[in-house]
Design a protein around this ligand. Structure first.
Ligand code: DX5
Ligand code: ZN
Length: 216
């Protein structure tokens, strides 16, 4: 059983209200919102004015994934826009621990994101300051990419590190190329939360795919 966080990046932006309504009535427990700056990643998605509107109609907590440089500049804006969970990239923060503290001080859950090439070992002295870690299973910036299989090993390494540090509440989220074929193996490896964009929203029945991933 996994928590599912559908990524609206895979949805039709002309019908956002309908998309949020589908998620509201589904077994998803979060809704994943990808903010990109065109610098940290080679794409630009949507920003906080859009998130603020989504927060007014979403019944699920907003899981905001910041793919931006120096995300500390936008933590207060995240809060004002209705975010419940905020994740920042290890690769985009000079003072990661300060950013995590900032997120938590504002009453939000703080997550560290690792790109596929970044080893779990960099988290050794930051893990205790995070509520969750988001492992990218594709190179960030675009939906619909192919899942990178070394993620399974990474999840196990991260779970082992969390166990060694007795961090029982640490959640592991996986993002990129997640679908009904790999969901079971991801949860067996130790993932708690699965982000799915294309698999959900390119389907004729998004709620059914959410349910299938959740009950994998
Ligand atoms: C990619 C984003 C993902 C993306 C996932 O940079 O962080 O959240 O929407 O999309 P799929 O599930 O299509 O790989
Ligand atoms: Zn994401």
């Amino acid at each position: 059983m996994a928590v599912v966080s559908p990524s609206i990046l895979g949805a039709d932006f002309c019908h956002l209200a309908e998309v949020i309504d589908i998620v509201n009535h589904s077994e998803a427990e979060l809704i994943h919102l990808d903010v990109m700056d065109g610098v940290f990643v080679p794409n630009i998605s949507f920003g906080f004015p859009v998130i603020k509107h989504i927060s007014k109609i979403s019944e699920k907590p907003l899981d905001v994934h910041l793919m931006i440089m120096d995300p500390d500049r936008y933590i207060e804006t995240c809060k004002k826009s209705g975010a419940g969970w905020v994740s920042v990239h290890y690769e985009a923060c000079t003072h990661l621990d300060r950013v995590l503290s900032h997120i938590k001080e504002l009453g939000m859950k703080a997550g560290i994101v690792l790109n596929p090439h970044t080893p779990v070992s960099v988290l050794e002295y930051s893990l205790e300051n995070a509520d969750f870690v988001l492992l990218m299973s594709v190179n960030p910036g675009f939906g619909g990419q192919k899942f990178i299989p070394s993620t399974y090993r990474k999840i196990k390494e991260l779970r082992a590190m969390a166990d060694r540090q007795e961090l029982k509440n640490l959640k592991i989220e996986v993002d990129g190329g997640v679908n009904t074929d790999n969901a079971a193996r991801l949860t067996e490896a130790g993932a708690d939360i699965l982000v799915a964009g294309n698999a959900v929203f390119a389907s004729d029945d998004p709620a059914a795919v959410i349910s299938a991933i959740r009950n994998c």
